[in-house]
Design a binder for this molecule. Structure first.
Ligand SMILES: [Zn+2]
Length: 465
């Protein structure tokens, strides 16, 4: 049943659909010969889960393109006579599993385009037989790991799900959030595993930011939820997920996550264009291969919805592309303790007796003076005045002053002799380098589908004009 044996990834039958955009989440081949399936509550829930992943996130820019597939760019809900039920019926039926399963995989810092650095036959197989964001997934701003992973599972922008940075301070209590904070008060919104648990169904998380947090009926159950430990070999993670498919059918979790730290890890150290990245990408492809092989051995590969994403891209940084806050002294002093994060997201909260708009004005005056090294590569904003496309305003956790840094530049407090070349992310999500991948494979994903948002390059307001 392996689709790998089929040489033609793009079914011509798709042209026969009344509205080709419907094909994004369905597949018409054999549709006429399949008896209509009864949509059980579970089936409906899991179709809705796939849609949550795609639809809810469309609100978060990241997945907006999923509603648009070439050659047309109409949202499938418009001018379509196809009902939700009929979309369900053209999806391929399950052959072995009794219920749908969604396996959400993240490869951290998998910049869009990395898949072309080397031979990636396994990722290529998912792409050829599944649905891909042809121009990559646009992450949410800031293009950082925790904000993006939690947007993917909640469908909310960071301002609304509360994880506005990898680390931040609650302005009311003064408490600090770190990547190890698991108290529910930080994590707003409803992640997918909570939705599943609230419906009395089983989810399993092998690492994902927020998954260790008890929320609703989700209690991070032993054996179904791992406490983060970066030293667990990737092979062990894959094999553990595979073992869930050895459980009695009714016990197999309906939603699973799997997380890999690479190639982000290498990207920070050596930048995106180093042989180490190529190696790391090959290794991730190997893990996808290990997963596919294990699923095939169990006869369930074609039944499982695999969604492979990254959280953000990566861009090279180097020692001459630096901006020093201490250089602003002739215009305004920015002491270290005002700065909540430096780079690439510069976030400043001055004490209550300073006017944020006055601080922004003086900083921009210095940056634009022509006497400030690299000044044109940093622009300061009151958060309310950030470009609205960034959706980075509606939370008191976001400090009142935000600086947008030009691609590849870094902000530091003071000059030093440190030579640092490497890679970074967190920049404006308008930069192509911040894009990552989206690949969906499984019964409810069309085969060989490429999709992108046609108006993606239109009407962009860039902050550095
Ligand atoms: Zn990173």
């Amino acid at each position: 049943m392996g689709s790998a044996n089929k040489p033609t990834p793009i079914p011509t039958q798709e042209e026969d659909l009344p509205n080709p955009t419907v094909a994004l989440l369905s597949f018409s081949t054999d549709a006429s010969s399949n008896p209509p399936r009864k949509a059980t509550a579970t089936t409906v829930l899991f179709i809705s889960l796939i849609l949550i992943t795609c639809v809810a996130l469309s609100a978060a820019v990241a997945f907006a393109f999923l509603f648009f597939s070439s050659p047309t760019s109409k949202p499938y809900s418009n001018e379509s006579n196809q009902t939700f039920e009929s979309i369900v019926q053209v999806a391929r039926p399950l052959t072995k599993l009794n219920h749908s399963v969604v396996l959400l995989i993240s490869s951290d810092g998998f910049r869009f385009g990395y898949q072309f650095k080397t031979s990636t036959p396994n990722i290529g197989r998912l792409i050829d037989n599944g649905t891909e964001a042809e121009r990559g997934l646009i992450p949410v701003f800031p293009t950082l790991t925790f904000p993006n992973h939690y947007s993917i599972v909640t469908g909310l922008y960071p301002a609304y799900h509360g994880i506005i940075n990898n680390h931040f301070v609650d302005p009311y209590t003064g408490e600090s959030f770190t990547m190890g904070s698991h108290e529910p008060k930080w994590w707003l919104g409803e992640p997918l595993w909570e939705t599943i648990a609230n419906h009395g169904l089983k989810a399993a998380t092998y690492f994902w930011p927020g998954s260790e947090v008890n929320k609703g009926s989700w209690t991070c159950p032993v054996n179904y939820c791992r406490n983060y430990n970066g030293s667990v070999p990737f092979e062990e993670r894959v094999d553990t997920v595979l073992q869930y498919f050895d459980l009695p059918s009714s016990e197999i979790p309906v939603f699973m996550t799997l997380y890999f730290e690479d190639p982000d890890h290498q990207g920070h150290q050596v930048g995106p264009d180093d042989p180490e990245i190529t190696e790391a990408v090959a290794r991730i492809d190997g893990m996808i291969g290990r997963l596919i092989e294990g699923l095939e051995k169990r006869g369930v590969f074609e039944d499982v919805h695999i969604i492979m994403v990254g959280d953000h891209g990566m861009v090279g940084t180097c020692d001459k592309k630096l901006i020093y806050l201490d250089d602003l002294a002739p215009w305004i002093d920015i002491p270290k303790d005002w700065v909540h994060s430096y780079s690439p997201l510069l976030a400043i909260r001055p004490p209550a007796d300073f006017s944020p708009s006055d601080v922004v004005m003086k900083m921009n005056e210095g940056l634009k003076s022509g006497k400030f090294e690299n000044g044109k590569n940093l622009k300061m904003y009151l958060k309310e005045e950030l470009p609205s496309r960034l959706h980075y305003m509606a939370s008191d956790r976001i400090p009142p002053i935000i600086g947008l840094v030009e691609e590849g530049f870094k902000v530091e407090q003071k000059r030093s002799n440190r030579k640092e070349c490497g890679g970074a992310h967190g920049y404006d999500n308008d930069f192509f380098s911040m894009r990552t991948v989206f690949i969906g494979h499984g019964p409810k994903f069309a085969r060989g589908q490429k999709s992108f948002h046609e108006s993606e390059y239109d009407a962009r307001q860039h902050g550095f004009n």
